[in-house]
Design a protein around this ligand. Sequence first.
Ligand code: SAM
Length: 188
Amino acid sequence: MSAPPELPEIVSRAFDVSRRAGYVSFCRNETGRLLAALAATRGGTLAEFGTGCGVGTAWLRSGVRNGARILTAELNAKLAGAAAEIFTDDPQVEVLAADWSTLAEHGPFSLLFLDSGIPSEVTVDRIVDLVEPGGIVVLDDFVPCEMWPPITAGRVDTLREGWLSDERFTAVEVMIAPDASVVVATRR
Ligand SMILES: C[S@@+](CC[C@H](N)C(=O)[O-])C[C@H]1O[C@@H](n2cnc3c(N)ncnc32)[C@H](O)[C@@H]1O
């Protein structure tokens, strides 16, 4: 197998900021590459719920088209400040130190990366009106599972089950690594 491609420069910068902040909760590179590829198909406004230190945002930025913009919300003001450093002078990215729910007024979004780490907050019912028709929702951090309904830690994974079976979306679970999967759901 050949070596994986180099990281985009903006993603390397985000990793430097993360390291300096001592923050390690960022999306995997496999998820990041998927986000970049999806972002490259989008116009309008893309959003991320849960910025962390900006690694996922940087992956989105690496793929985004001219004219589209990315809004990302982070509850922790210190982390939001660190992430904002990465995108100083970048008119296509805005980092807000805020609860993600405050982004609702800027929707509906063409792509939504749900990454606040609180599954109960990102059910289909709560999110559906924030996504434009044809818009894409991405959720990561699932463990691949061959059973239906999907089981995580001995319990039905109701979040994954909900996103994969709701008729308002056409959704697929994509394995990005042997131990990790992502749900991609497109609004009908
Ligand atoms: C898994 S980390 C985000 C990682 C980031 N998306 C990345 O890929 O690098 C989850 C972040 O969501 C933030 N968070 C949790 N609840 C939130 C909320 N209601 N609004 C905004 N951010 C939230 C947490 O503070 C944490 O920094």
